[in-house]
Design a protein around this ligand. Structure first.
Ligand SMILES: C[S@@+](CC[C@H](N)C(=O)[O-])C[C@H]1O[C@@H](n2cnc3c(N)ncnc32)[C@H](O)[C@@H]1O
Length: 213
């Protein structure tokens, strides 16, 4: 999804932002939204929970989270790309959108009950991934829980090779490094307690639940 930028601080321009949701629907054969709905249920939200959706993009997941909360709940969607946030605001939903870099969140310590980071980590530069997860830890309350979805580290060598090639071609030279050492290791290094990874989309991606001790 990298294109010359015409809006955000990253590689998402306005045109790419407009095309993002149809593109995701097409490449996942319409299965991404139902996956989000299932994962939000797994998160087991309370009606008044406060949730951070980091790297929220056009707000697909943020809106799903907001739908599941009561009137006292709160969803904050954070993204570095103004073009993606513009698109997210157009789609509506009870979400507060904030433009920020993932490794420097303008949000208070211990404020959130839950956090999600879907398809964002591989786009964050390798050096900023651990700082970003440490920020997630900082803004979660003790006992707060979350979910990360990204490219999986394991699986057959042929599939890993294909994923790495595709990521290098589409997302730039560093994206594939998300598959090494993998989401669970990164979460642990950030001081979060990962659960067992769950493969999704034929094991190309994995979801890892985590808790802040
Ligand atoms: C593939 S989109 C995923 C959007 C959404 N989470 C979803 O599942 O549809 C990745 C998003 O991560 C954002 N992003 C990449 N690097 C970032 C960073 N360092 N800080 C904040 N957002 C970042 C991009 O702007 C983009 O909107």
């Amino acid at each position: 999804m990298n294109t010359p930028d015409d809006g955000g601080s990253l590689s998402y321009g306005r045109r790419t932002a407009r095309l993002y949701e149809p593109f995701v629907a097409a490449v996942t054969l319409g299965r991404y939204r139902p996956l989000l709905a299932r994962e939000v249920v797994r998160l087991g939200l309370g009606p008044a929970d406060r949730i951070l959706d980091l790297c929220c993009g056009t707000g697909l997941l943020s809106r799903e989270l907001a739908r599941r909360l009561g009137p006292d709940g709160e969803v904050v969607g954070v993204d570095a790309s103004e073009a993606m946030l513009e698109q997210a605001r157009l789609a509506g939903g009870r979400v507060v959108y904030v433009r920020a870099e993932a490794d420097s969140l303008p949000l208070p310590d211990g404020h959130f009950d839950g956090a999600t980071l879907f398809l964002g980590l591989h786009e964050i530069t390798q050096a900023a991934r651990l700082p970003a997860l440490r920020e997630v830890r900082r803004v979660l309350r003790p006992g707060g829980r979350g979910l990360v979805l990204d490219f999986a580290s394991g699986g057959p060598a042929l599939r890993r090779g294909a994923v790495r090639l595709a990521l290098s071609a589409l997302e730039g030279p560093e994206a594939w490094t998300i598959t090494e050492p993998g989401l669970s290791v990164l979460l642990s290094q950030a001081g979060l307690r990962p659960e067992r990874p769950r493969p999704v989309f034929l094991g190309v991606l994995e979801v890892v639940g985590f808790a802040r001790p």
